[in-house]
Ligand binder design. Sequence first.
Ligand SMILES: Nc1nc2c(c(=O)[nH]1)N[C@H]1C(S)=C(S)[C@@H](COP(=O)(O)O)O[C@H]1N2
Ligand SMILES: [Mo]
Length: 357
Amino acid sequence: MTPISTTSEFSREEVGLALRNPGMHLEGLRYEITPIGMHYLLIHFDIPYVDSASYRLPVTGRVRNPLNLALEDIRSRPKVTMPVMMECGGNGRAHLSPRPISAPWHDEAIGCAEWTGTPLRPILEEANLLDDTVEVLFSGYDRGVDQGVEHSYERSLKMEDALDDEIILAYEMNGSPLPPQHGAPLRLIVPDWYGMASVKWLKGIQAIDKPFEGIQQTVAYNYRQSEDDPGTPVTLKHPHALMVPPGIPDFLSRKRHVQAGNIAIQGRAWSGFGPIERVEFSPDGGETWHDADLGEPPGPYAWTSWRSEWDARPGEYELCVRATDASGKTQPLGSDESWNQGGYGVNVVQRVPALVV
Ligand SMILES: Nc1nc2c(c(=O)[nH]1)N[C@H]1C(S)=C(S)[C@@H](COP(=O)(O)O)O[C@H]1N2
Ligand SMILES: [Mo]
């Protein structure tokens, strides 16, 4: 089970995980489409080496018509390009106290790339799933050991979820072939869900007649309050807004130094539960809130830009932002109500200390 740290210091292992799994620089929120090298990465094990020339994707299991697709077969199928905001299920974990030991994300496990690929549903229809199929299992080429168990990175979707029209098998990111670290040559993209569902380095797709019980499905990525709580699965992204930290940073603390005057605060917001309806900015740690102006998202699964004016007078401030989505869900002010054993789905409001001079 997830080990928990009761000290505020990060262990050598957590720092190692953070170096292998970089986040997006928050100033990158200025870009509607995140440049490839700025998009966060989450790689549980090693990046597998997969040769795209000899690559085949088997679609097997409870199907009448097994498939074995070359990359060219997949590329010649109907093509879709869409911006998808992606966020790691563990984003915000380091705000929790005590802290689950895993990738120690604060706010930066985010990015919104433009993914090109082919819809999954017609491929499953062509494979012709048998009536006893309950889930579709997606396996990656990467293998490792977690919680003492050796396994491949694998995740399933319930059949009805796997048939959602927006799910694609992606072979391009921002118009270039997928880079190795983002899942080359082929990955799944499940819009609206936290990132763990979007299996990289796809080795195979299998229709199965029993719920998948692999470790990344039943042990990791569940909201549980204690070790013996079976929990509920992590699925859709919670509403979340972030700002581009204004002014200039102090090198070590990252505290912002801002020139007094009327300044624009901007950022992006998203939710897997529906469109963003409201974003509010607070200059005073959440005492007072001001409605921000919202932009048009570049697609239904992308993020929404927002902007607020702030008349910054000299002094010490704590800048906050919070989003509310069309389902009425919003963000908590403190991290206590987000606490769960694995540190998933934490969407506590961002707090940016600033000194106005
Ligand atoms: N095969 C495989 N797929 C994977 C992972 C992985 O480690 N192996 N990590 C998952 C998690 S937890 C996240 S958040 C996203 C990250 O995608 P990115 O690195 O392209 O941003 O990929 C998901 N797909
Ligand atoms: Mo993740």
